[in-house]
Design a protein around this ligand. Sequence first.
Ligand SMILES: *[C@@H]1O[C@H](CO)[C@@H](O)[C@H](O)[C@H]1NC(C)=O
Ligand SMILES: *[C@@H]1O[C@H](CO)[C@@H](O)[C@H](O)[C@H]1NC(C)=O
Length: 327
Amino acid sequence: MHVLAAVMGAAAAAICCVAMAAYLYVHERNKKKRKGELNNGEWLPEYRSPATGGGGGRSFSFAEIKAATRNFSEAQVVGVGRRGKVFRGVVDGGTAVAIKLAADPSPGRSAREFRAEIEALPDLRHRHLVPILGFCSDRDETILVYRYMPRGTLREHLRGKNGKPAMPWWRRLDACMGAARGLHCLHAGGVVHGDVKATTVLLDENWVAKLSDFGLSNSKHVTMKSDVYSFGVVLFEALMARRPALLTGDQAVSLAEHALACHRNGTLPDAVDAAIKDQVAPECLEKFAETAVECLAHQVTERPAMGDVLWNLELSMQLQLINPKRT
Ligand SMILES: *[C@@H]1O[C@H](CO)[C@@H](O)[C@H](O)[C@H]1NC(C)=O
Ligand SMILES: *[C@@H]1O[C@H](CO)[C@@H](O)[C@H](O)[C@H]1NC(C)=O
């Protein structure tokens, strides 16, 4: 009875809060309207152009892109990938951006079609997704503008770089949970990421993980379940700090196969990245590994949904936090 009363009380309080917020919003809005302050853009999210409506954001001119990248200067290049070059730049007098210049339109698809797909993406704004600010539309090239993520990719932090220590375990776990939330959000919106890996999980200035490059794959083979598999590989990479393809002896094996074999024969604790081995609570490791193993299930139908993956990672984090070994 007490519990019921408490729940009803909490529900009533929540409804009250929502009603109050709605009232204040309408009230303020009307006040501004009366004063003629409400311009069209004011209530629209930043960069979302009313003309495009979709998630693609606003349109940048080629001149703006050129100015932002200092005429595509090599000094501005922050990454070169399979999909082309990424430049760092500044637009609108201070917004740091990453400008992705696709090498050439993917086979069987023109830049125009590609752009149409970007514009058709639902308006995906989420704490764990890198915001797409827009694209350049006055050239027949694919140029995408993202918010710049100053700490770069998850992968480059796993081993430590420029003398900096490797990322501690709790932060890796937190980044994995962030990435899981981002992917869960995409899937809930019906979007397949198509390229989940430790280099498309980016970190902002506060170490918040955000997924980039989502929805750009034109492969017909990508599905939500293949995203889940790829995410399992990211989990093991975060744990072991090893690349998805690695050498054992003189044989090349995939990280997934290697990790699954270690899990089967009970040697996974020894395979944990030496830099964090003494930080990982055994109960946490067990739950974390179990989650990753489920993601890598050979049978597609046996792979969990991202919501379940997220739940298990949260549990794994709890098991880490209650352990005195936590750092
Ligand atoms: C930009 O680069 C192109 C090709 O490298 C060159 O032809 C052009 O003159 C450059 N423009 C400026 C303003 O530097
Ligand atoms: C367990 O499997 C891993 C990966 O195949 C292998 O490297 C390791 O030697 C195995 N250990 C034992 C004790 O079987």
